[in-house]
Design a protein around this ligand. Structure first.
Ligand code: DOR
Ligand code: ZN
Length: 355
């Protein structure tokens, strides 16, 4: 990585790193692909694509067809590889794991607790019912990606991630010591500590929004639906623990935006959807976090090395350059006949991508 500090007042700070990947993104389907796929492909060489479509992507054949639709939405000449995932259900068969492994296109299987989030209604009620599939994943070395929250209504919504660690993740890692597991979009100090103390088969992704915002951002002068995501933003001390983990240089933490577009009307609603759109400025937002933590020299590890190393894929060849130059984010983005309100709508982002 090359980071040029300012050599004089007129000198722009530049940051060049190996092209990064996004290890957790929602691209959705249909007309919106034409907006969101280019935003992701402009910055990332590859992305782990979430399967929570309606209906969900449960079979390898569905994933391959979805992959073709994503590739068709790429601008001419763009190079981007969608890494596909399957949506785990209690009826997923071990044979699907064998096919996924053979496909070379399906790279992981995603666990959602039933009812936890967007399109999770068909997901898993009792993870133990999936243990035969997890055994096949361990055998075929196919990673398991976790939405790590319990849905038990008696557990406070801010504690659902921490309770998941003890109730589900600990027994899971003990039952399948060879299974590679990614705890996705972690939000708490407890998760940082759990992952740090865990085996090398356990890693975590961290979003830009959980690194930038704490839960005050949900109620800043009024209810802020565009800051509503799951797992929820947490207290400032948890955010500090996430920043420390991301900038630590540990190979166990890597970039996963969880960019999750919803039309404005679905966010600004009496029962709004969870998800924050960040793909329009993803790497730039992470650069702000790393700069603030005086750790710009660690961004390349987090964004470009740790993910491929964990997934056992080659690191990318090309490079990407950011300059320290503020730009104004649009207040809305048109996407497939709908309107998205991106993170930082109408406000500045401090780093700009050099095309
Ligand atoms: O905020 C979120 N949005 N969290 C999730 O787990 C799902 C995602 C979505 O698909 O909208
Ligand atoms: Zn997600």
């Amino acid at each position: 990585m090359v980071a040029d500090g300012p050599r004089g007042p007129a000198q722009t700070k530049r940051l060049t790193l190996i092209r990064p990947d996004d290890w957790h993104v929602h691209l959705r389907d249909g007309a919106i692909l034409a907006q969101v796929v280019p935003d992701t492909a402009r910055r990332f060489a590859r992305a782990i694509v979430m399967p929570n479509l309606d209906p969900p992507v449960c079979r390898v054949a569905d994933a391959l067809a979805y992959r073709a639709r994503i590739l068709a939405a790429l601008p001419a000449g763009a190079r981007f590889e969608p890494l596909m995932t399957l949506y785990l259900t209690e009826t997923t068969q071990a044979s699907e794991v064998v096919q996924a492994h053979a496909s070379g296109a399906v790279r992981a299987i995603k666990y959602y607790p039933a009812g936890a989030t967007t399109n999770a209604a068909h997901a898993v009620r009792d993870l133990r019912r999936c243990y035969p599939v997890l055994a096949a994943m361990e055998r075929y070395d196919l990673p398991l990606l976790l939405h790590g929250e319990v849905t038990d209504p008696s557990v406070d919504v801010f504690d659902r991630e921490a309770v998941f660690l003890e109730r589900h993740l600990l027994p899971l890692t003990q039952a399948f010591p060879g299974l590679r597991v990614v705890l996705e979009h972690i939000t708490t100090r407890a998760s940082v500590e759990f992952v740090n103390a865990g085996p090398s088969t356990l890693a975590a992704t961290i979003t830009a929004h959980h690194l930038l915002l704490d839960r005050n951002a949900l109620f800043d002068g009024g209810l802020r639906p565009h800051h509503y995501c799951l797992p929820l933003l947490k207290r400032a001390d948890h955010r500090a623990a996430l920043v420390a983990a991301a900038t630590s240089g540990s190979p166990k933490f890597f970039l996963g935006t969880d960019s999750a577009p919803h039309p404005r009307h679905a966010k600004e609603s009496s029962c709004g959807c969870a998800g924050i759109y960040t793909a329009h400025a993803a790497l730039e937002l992470y650069a702000e976090v790393f700069e603030e933590a005086h750790a710009l020299d660690r961004l390349e590890k987090f964004a470009s090395y740790n993910g491929p190393d964990f997934y056992r894929l080659p690191r990318n060849q090309g490079h990407i350059t950011l300059v320290k130059e503020p730009w104004r984010v649009a207040s809305t983005i048109s996407a497939g006949g709908d309107v998205l309100v991106p993170l930082r709508a109408g406000e500045d982002v401090g780093w700009r991508l050099v095309e």
